[in-house]
Design a protein. Structure first.
Length: 143
């Protein structure tokens, strides 16, 4: 069962932009991340969910897609993701949380997305300084 999900999982860089992913589905995915292991069980990760075109556009403009492919700025508008989950680290809970927390949370959500018939891509190439004000992220959160 889990093997099947892992075998179906891959990093997508083009999406069906007309597919709607509901807020409830995003919450279900975050719940999988919340139930996943966390160093010292501190649970320092917080999440920003977006399934609206204006916010998705703001997030998209802060991302670098497949940097090894020269002259490709990412998916064209109709092939962009219809939802995002931005993972934040709450520095009031833990000043030194582990990168593995991010990875475990992201992988749990991605496998949940595959189970729902979706795909995704874990991106770390984010212009954090540009993204912070667009999403009104307080200073206590690391992106």
């Amino acid at each position: 069962m889990i093997r099947d999900l892992i075998m179906k999982n891959r990093s997508y860089r083009r999406f069906f932009g007309d597919v709607t992913i509901t807020r409830e589905e995003l919450i279900d995915l975050v719940d999988l991340a919340r139930m996943s292991p966390s160093a010292a069980n501190r649970q320092p990760l917080k999440y920003i969910l977006s399934n609206s075109d204006p916010i998705n556009s703001e997030i998209f403009n802060c991302l670098a897609w497949a940097g090894y492919i020269k002259d490709w700025g990412g998916p064209v508008e109709e092939e962009r993701p219809s939802a995002y989950v931005v993972i934040l680290g709450d520095t009031e809970i833990s000043k030194s949380y582990h990168a593995t927390d991010y990875g475990i949370a992201a992988q749990s959500m991605l496998l949940g997305a595959v189970e729902k018939g979706y795909g995704g891509c874990i991106l770390a190439a984010v212009d954090r300084k540009q993204l912070r004000p667009k999403l009104s992220i307080p200073e206590r959160y690391e992106i």
